[in-house]
Design a protein around this ligand. Structure first.
Ligand SMILES: [Zn+2]
Ligand SMILES: [Zn+2]
Length: 668
């Protein structure tokens, strides 16, 4: 028996490529892209074979044998490995740390029981080979044009589908999919959506439209068994449509022929921990690599994508009207809270509008992006406030649960009976969250059916879907919710949207805050009047003259985006600048700053601007102090070249400080 050497990528934080010996006859070596089980340190681990060689620098007495090769699984395609290599290089992480977490957990177990079971299950699924769609609705002219442009596109063609809320973007995607599936009888299509709670509706639509096509879904709320089965369905090419959240961008799709990214502006396409990748950006890279069309859809595109459309890198497709006959965009009005004084957080104008909807049997939605009862509890006698002992943050009052909770480190305490400093028993909630608004509404409208939807009310698995079903059935008069309710949902009888307290974002330090607020307001406003009923959006504000609100009132994304881009250009911010952020964490702020200063001085450069270290806005979280250092350049290649060397220099510092590098950060 002779041997070959397998170069295997393992999920490790530093260099991730390791050589192992494998006994095999010449000509029957394992293939690149297969998975293998090996001993690593004191544990067994599954890795990805990235090269098969005959020589190694590892001394013979140190070279270990691989334990097993997962021969029942077809190799991951070379193009998939190339995607992982690209992501590893671009985000400056080891290959194994990118490639392996993208696989289902059950594929990475020591035993193959779960894999064998899933393969058996997959083999038993009936074959679905009929791409013919059922019940294709008639499109309006703009939709038709967009669907044909997308469905007929060949080669790498990035398209921005800019369509107002309710303009029927989903229908455009579905009809474009039909064309692609019809043209190529092996074609796979990947559809990405920002949130799981948006998938059930779309999933049902796709199943109904393509009954003869296998659909796989990939998102974080699947069980491991389900995830494995769906991943395999995609990997074997049997699933023709794959619908998923950001993690689905790393799925193996051997016959991928089109990518759709719905709500492409949504921040949840960005992973915020570990490998901080942007699924949208990786999708564009993947489409280019495979030379296939990709469509990015939004009513409020990200400024990056809008800029690409302006400069001609993306083709712009437009849907300027609502698709349902007679459905017009809701009228947006501002309520000046300085003149129209609120009670229980609601101005008389908004209360009157709610009353009118209840009388008419129509639904209302109140949007407040702050969960809990009140953001802080305080003592007016001595000035005590409910600070978190571990974070630079307040403990949020959750009255129904009788708790104070920190939303950053999850610290929980009982609500104190009296002020911990002076003993005053009259502690006051300050400000207003969704729970408090709900309580106020119940007092104001005792007969109304009121439902709150936020992260607290939907903790149990499946409860979010139940709550949305209740709204769809019409069993709710007033819905109150956070950004969870702003997206995607098509509430038929909703004719009033009230927006409470959006002003804080106007004065945020985060330069992206106004872009986000605008997108959020347009989205939530878009929930109203989708079925053709006359509807209105009322925004309560103390800054009614602010140009952002003017743009929302006119539904004028174009001009607003134009002015923001102009500002970004003046201030040399993305998309005119490329950025990377080095973060450091330590028990003491000084230690974190010291590390960043050493990092700043480690490698002077003329090609990039290395800023001074600063504490993060929320400095302390869970007893750890955090600081950051921004690196920027107007050239992406220059920034990338710098980062590649810099990461090596940072490792050579051998600091005990925990640090991480983020490329194209969203939050600065
Ligand atoms: Zn006190
Ligand atoms: Zn905390």
């Amino acid at each position: 028996m002779s041997h070959c050497i397998l170069q295997i990528a393992l999920d490790t934080p530093l260099d991730s490529l390791f050589d192992y010996r494998w006994a095999c006859e010449p000509g029957s070596e394992p293939q690149v892209g297969q998975l293998a089980l090996v001993n690593f340190g004191r544990r067994e681990a599954v890795g990805l074979i990235v090269a098969v060689k005959h020589e190694t620098d590892v001394p013979a007495d140190k070279l270990k044998d691989a334990i097993a090769v997962r021969s029942q699984l077809s190799p991951l395609p070379e193009r998939w490995i190339a995607l992982a290599r690209f992501a590893a290089a671009y985000y400056h992480r080891p290959l194994g740390e990118v490639a392996l977490p993208g696989l289902p957990k059950n594929l990475r177990l020591s035993t193959t029981v779960a894999l064998d079971r899933a393969l058996k299950k997959l083999a038993k699924l009936p074959d679905a080979h009929d791409p013919m769609p059922t019940d294709m609705p008639v499109l309006n002219a703009a939709q038709r044009q967009a669907a044909d442009a997308i469905g007929g596109a060949l080669g790498f063609s990035p398209m921005l589908l800019y369509g107002v809320t309710g303009s029927g973007k989903t229908e455009v995607y579905l009809q474009a999919c039909a064309q692609v599936l019809h043209r190529d009888d092996a074609a796979q299509i990947l559809i990405l959506v920002p949130e799981i709670n948006l998938t059930p509706q779309l999933e049902a639509n796709i199943r109904a439209r393509f009954p003869g096509v296998m659909l796989a879904t990939l998102h974080s709320s699947l069980s491991e068994g389900e995830r494995m089965l769906h991943w395999l369905a995609a990997h074997t090419g049997r699933a023709r449509i794959v619908l998923g959240t950001r993690l689905a961008i790393l799925s193996s799709l051997p016959n991928l022929k089109m990518i759709v990214i719905d709500e492409e502006h949504d921040p949840s396409y960005k992973q915020q921990e570990g490998l901080r990748y942007s699924a949208r950006d990786l999708a564009v890279w993947r489409a280019r690599q495979l030379d296939i069309p990709i469509v990015l859809g939004s009513a409020t595109p990200s400024l990056e994508s809008w800029h690409h459309a302006q400069t001609g890198r993306y083709r712009r497709l437009e849907l300027r009207e609502r698709a349902v006959r007679d459905a017009v965009l809701p009228r947006v009005k501002l309520i000046d809270m300085e003149r129209d004084k609120p009670k229980e957080g609601l101005t008389p104008t908004l209360m009157q509008a709610l009353r009118l909807r209840i009388e008419r049997g129509e639904q209302s939605l109140l949007f407040l992006n702050r969960r809990g009862y009140a953001p802080v509890l305080c003592c007016e006698a001595c000035g005590w406030i409910s600070n978190c002992t571990r974070c630079t943050a307040f403990m949020v009052l959750h009255r129904p649960e009788r708790r104070l909770r920190c939303h950053h480190c999850s610290l929980e305490t009982r609500i104190p009976h009296a002020c911990p400093t002076c003993g005053n028993v009259d502690l006051q909630p300050l400000g207003r969250g969704t729970q408090r608004v709900e309580e106020g509404l119940q007092a104001l409208f005792p007969q109304a059916r009121i439902l709150r939807i936020d992260a607290d009310s939907t903790r149990r698995k499946g409860s979010a879907q139940e709550a949305f079903d209740t709204v769809h059935r019409g069993d709710v008069d007033i819905l109150i919710g956070t950004q969870m309710v702003a997206k995607g949902h098509d509430f038929k009888r909703l004719t009033l949207v009230g927006v409470l307290n959006p002003d804080t974002a106007l004065f945020s330090q985060d330069y992206r805050a106004s872009e986000r607020l605008f997108a959020q307001l347009m989205q939530v406003a878009g929930r109203a009047g989708r079925a053709g009923l006359e509807s209105e959006v009322l925004i309560q504000s103390r800054y009614c003259q602010h140009p952002l609100y003017g743009a929302v009132m006119r539904h004028d994304y174009d001009r607003f985006a134009g002015s923001l881009l102009e500002e970004r250009h003046q201030a040399a911010l993305p998309p005119y600048m490329y950025q990377a952020l080095l973060r450091a964490e330590a028990p003491e702020l000084a230690t974190a700053i010291e590390f960043l200063e050493a990092a700043r001085d480690a490698m002077p450069s003329d090609a990039v601007v290395i800023n001074d270290p600063i504490p993060m806005t929320m400095t302390r979280v869970h007893n750890v102090d955090r600081a950051q250092l921004l690196v920027e350049s107007n050239s992406r290649p220059a920034l990338q070249a710098f980062l590649t060397e810099w990461v090596e220099a940072l490792r050579a510092l051998k600091s005990r400080v925990r640090w991480s590098l983020e490329v194209d950060p969203l939050d600065i």
